[in-house]
Design a protein around this ligand. Structure first.
Ligand code: SF4
Ligand code: SF4
Length: 147
């Protein structure tokens, strides 16, 4: 990525743990082997046991399970994300995803949904670029619009 990107001076973001992106309408938190290992280790579970409790197969990929109301299985209304330090890369890299950084307008659009944007900690261009490496390649995602 060149130095000419619109966010070359960095951006501000600090999660408020409002839970808007972890709750509500059904969705998917896709996970790969490394993320599953990290989470299973956190709970002291074997991969098999962790998978039985917290994973589902959807559209040919592994995703975290949800509660009946659509909340992420790891969301707590009282304490927020219960696995924050070991959360999947999809969560960890938000909101520094390519689609959100294509233009200032794209960033402003997601900032309307995510109150952590444009507040709190400053992220340098280098730090954002590191997050972009973690960010999911959405072109490989199963269609998010279908249910
Ligand atoms: S919507 Fe933004 S501020 Fe709220 S929990 Fe998600 S990342 Fe954090
Ligand atoms: S793992 Fe944590 S950050 Fe990710 S969706 Fe679930 S509650 Fe939210």
């Amino acid at each position: 990525m060149s130095e000419q990107v619109w966010f070359s001076e960095g951006l501000k973001f600090e999660c408020t743990q409002c839970g808007r992106c972890c709750t509500g309408a059904p969705g998917f938190v896709w996970v790969g082997e490394r993320e599953v290992e990290r989470l299973a280790k956190r709970f002291g579970l074997s991969l098999e046991d962790f998978g039985r409790r917290h994973l589902r197969m959807a559209r040919g990929r592994l995703s975290l399970t949800e509660k009946p109301n659509g909340d992420c299985v790891f969301w707590s209304n009282s304490t927020g994300c219960q696995v924050y330090e070991d959360r999947p890369d999809q969560c960890r890299s938000w909101p520094f995803w390519n689609a959100n950084l294509e233009s200032r307008a794209d960033w402003d659009e997601i900032a309307e949904e995510c109150p952590g944007c444009n507040r709190g900690s400053s992220w340098s261009l280098v730090q954002i670029q590191e997050q972009l490496k973690l960010a999911p390649d959405r072109s490989n995602w199963p269609d998010q619009e279908e249910n």
